[in-house]
Design a protein around this ligand. Sequence first.
Ligand code: G3H
Ligand code: 13P
Ligand code: ZN
Length: 333
Amino acid sequence: MVSYKKLGLVNTKEMFARAIKGGYAIPAFNFNNMEQLQAIVKASAETKSPVILQVSKGARNYANQTLLRYMAEGAVEYAKELGCAHPELVLHLDHGDSFELCKSCCDMGFSSVMIDGSQLPYDENVALTKKVVEYAHQFDVTVEGELGVLAGVEDEVKAEHHTYTKPEEVVDFVSKTGVDSLAISIGTSHGAYKFKPEQCTLNAKGRLVPPPLAFDVLDGVMKELPGFPIVLHGSSSVPQEYIDTINKFGGKMVAAIGIPEDELRKAAKSAVCKINIDSDSRLAMTAAIRKVFVEKPGEFDPRKYLGPARDSMEALYKHKIINVLGSNNHLAQ
Ligand code: G3H
Ligand code: 13P
Ligand code: ZN
């Protein structure tokens, strides 16, 4: 049993309470490798922002569970080395799909887990989530549950359409399960293709603007659960400059569209206190690597392309923290 407290990590409880009061959101950035982790830690330390280091089931398999535990411990020490005396880093399981996976993460140094029963019938989602909460809370590990289904692909599971969260279910779900936070569905979705061009309108610059998020659903949830921590998945903005760079240097990403940043800024000011971003980091990394490969075809030292990729991700994370989520300068001490 590896306690996250021994690794210097924290759970989400206090940071979420402060974020709701302060009208900002904590970034949950997914990572799979050292360069992403370095960029996240550097961005959070230099902006003095709490941050959630988010690991999917696939990322855990990719990176190795033992290595991850030491990477998280190393992240805490690295943040201190960067001058952040009291870093607030959470190691969080993203989209846990079974009790066994969530238990294994609690036992291996994670300070927070998500159990995603959103595709299950309601009563089965309640039962599974409750079981995870009962286990995790023994060790002060916080738990995120989900109600409503996001359109798109999550691991192997694919949903054609959004099923928005039903505000009338949230009180029952939270009180029966004991979850610490709730992910909801209001029109965001995973990946780089969140909307079809025909769903969008054109702005003055000729860019596609997607339909707005269902803020009425969010308002309904907040009315039912005043002050309760709400989570938004699928919140990458798919910056067009990355898509343009990828396509310029040999890639082929057609009609990739994300969530406009002003919509996320608006959400961050509400009870939405955790915003998940993965695809934007993938795009930043891919754009930077493609550029080096095309401009310097003789280069074969991985540091010469992973280094620029890391710099680009760090700039992205800082931008999200400062200009979108507003979590900078919000460490407890
Ligand atoms: O929500 C999903 C995350 O973007 C993680 O994706 O399962 O490919 O690691 P992944
Ligand atoms: P994006 O694909 O929009 O980055 O969403 C990531 C996410 O929700 C991880 O759980
Ligand atoms: Zn997600």
